[in-house]
Ligand binder design. Structure first.
Ligand code: SF4
Ligand code: SF4
Length: 361
């Protein structure tokens, strides 16, 4: 396989050890050794040595959610997310993507989202129409909220309305490119989508990014790919914390006791751990998960549930078990995708709330 020297070094240097084995949410959900970072490295190294074909490992390559728990845990500094994403790119270039991934890529290119959706729900259209005038601040909702969780997107708008924020919401948003980046890495198509999004963002002074997937892409991946954003980009959670500081969002303790599900994109990638806590603490009594902040465990998402539904349900169920095992009964999310994934588990023991749910009461 045509892989960069840097990635080859990481693949060959990974010790295939057990040190990051226990923290892989996918490996823990499947119970299969093949789902973990070390097995993925081993598979790629076998392809690089010509022992097996790239096609043989592609399903395994798409089992990784790129949560970075292994990267965070690897004391020797190797990066399984980097070599997994480069393998996806290489498979795309060699025409070796699995059919189910090709479908998502085509959807991203044709409709701007992996789900192939083109219509917003009526409630969201109405909520957006109240903010169609051009303001200095843009609320970027993102593809998951707009097309797969429109009630949450409406709530995100309602929270800013409650705080009296003057903002724009768009009926048509340019996708940030995070989905293409997940599917095929740093391909030209991904960068083109990112550049188009940056052009849209740069028409505003401030961009409030609702989905942590978009926030990570815009604040971190764009820089890696040389995509320039001049707007001031803030995460939704950081923006809410700022509104609290400014007294625009009024604290109102609901009397609930909750734990916080740190989105890895915020805590590990963007080093944002306290803003969400600040907001939640203003509306509830915040307790901590055993694995919190940069140690967070990914709780599932919408995109991977399209092709690994049972595995993602198990990922989410295991995170809910983390809640009940410390005697807690409510979890607050700051990622629309994790919210949907957790809600998808058939259970009654844990109340699942978004930050917007908590604020809107
Ligand atoms: S990424 Fe690091 S911790 Fe994980 S298997 Fe490789 S060497 Fe071990
Ligand atoms: S990035 Fe996450 S899902 Fe992928 S191998 Fe590492 S821990 Fe597992």
């Amino acid at each position: 396989m045509n892989m960069s020297e840097k990635c080859k070094q990481h693949v060959d240097s990974c010790r295939f050890c057990w040190m990051c084995h226990h923290i892989c949410p996918i490996g823990n959900a499947t119970g299969h050794e093949r789902s973990t970072a070390r097995a993925r490295a081993l598979g790629i190294s076998l392809v690089n040595r010509g022992a097996i074909e790239l096609d043989e490992i592609m399903d395994n390559i798409y089992e990784c959610c790129t949560c970075g728990a292994c990267v965070h845990d690897c004391t020797t500094g190797w990066d399984p997310v980097m070599f997994t994403k480069e393998t996806r790119l290489q498979a795309a270039l060699e025409g070796k993507l699995p059919d189910y991934i090709n479908k998502f890529v085509d959807n991203c290119l044709n409709t701007g989202n992996a789900y192939g959706k083109t219509e917003l729900c009526d409630d969201l259209k109405k909520a957006i129409s109240n903010h169609s005038d051009k303001k200095d601040t843009l609320l970027l909702l993102g593809v998951d909220a707009r097309f797969m969780a429109c009630k949450q997107a409406v709530k995100a708008i309602n929270v800013l309305e409650k705080a009296g924020v003057d903002f724009t919401a768009l009926e048509t948003e340019a996708p940030s490119g995070w989905q293409l980046d997940f599917l095929i890495g740093a391909a030209n198509e991904t960068k083109e989508q990112m550049n188009a999004c940056a052009k849209m963002l740069n028409e505003y002074k401030t961009v409030v990014v609702y989905d942590p997937n978009d926030a990570k892409a815009i604040k971190q991946t764009y820089k890696e790919y040389g995509v320039e954003v001049s707007a001031n980009v803030v995460t939704y959670t950081a923006f809410l914390a700022q509104l609290l500081d400014e007294g625009k969002l009024q604290a109102n303790n609901t009397g609930k006791t909750v734990v916080f599900q740190d989105p890895y994109q915020l805590s590990r990638d963007l080093e944002e751990t306290e803003e969400g806590r600040k907001v939640i603490s203003a509306f509830a009594d915040l307790h901590e998960m055993l694995l919190n902040r940069t140690e967070t465990v990914w709780a599932g998402n919408i995109l991977m549930a399209q092709y690994l539904p049972d595995v993602i349900k198990e990922v989410s169920a295991r995170r809910l078990f983390n809640v009940t095992s410390i005697g807690e009964t409510a979890i607050v999310t700051a990622s629309v995708s994790e919210y949907v994934a957790l809600k998808n588990v058939d259970q009654k023991d844990v109340e699942i709330l978004s930050i917007e749910d908590l604020i809107l009461g």
